[in-house]
Design a protein around this ligand. Sequence first.
Ligand code: IDP
Length: 141
Amino acid sequence: MAIERTLSIIKPDAVAKNVVGQILARFEAAGLKIAAARLAQLSRAEAEQFYAVHAARPFFKDLVDFMISGPVMIQVLEGENAILKNRELMGATDPKKADAGTIRADFADSIDANAVHGSDAPETAAVEIAFFFAGLNVYAR
Ligand code: IDP
């Protein structure tokens, strides 16, 4: 099994609900280690660039508005199969379709306000980690 890193964001809805600790505890309980972390208020330009792949989608403006509506908690998770493991912990994009016991099933309200982001592949993980942690320490654990 490969040790991977993935980029995780606890979105503004979950930060506002004060469940950052509960979500981080799920990552830790699943064996994922926090290799870097910071709380941030994204600018519109940052959010637009981060989600540029969705720029042509009808929900793009709502997604950007939501992502800048309050602070987010951004972390690098490290561990065996971290990318897939994180996606499994998150659950489906639409919380109504997310499996019971997943973060989105337990903490998300809608497909717009869906509590967490997680990289979906090694290539996107590398780009997303560099986007938020360029020049900052990421610790091998
Ligand atoms: P993911 O976050 O599960 O990887 P993506 O398809 O990459 O899902 O979409 C990025 C984000 O865009 C989602 O987390 C969600 O917040 C938002 N989104 C995706 N599809 C829709 C939609 O059909 N309506 C509204 N928002 C959406």
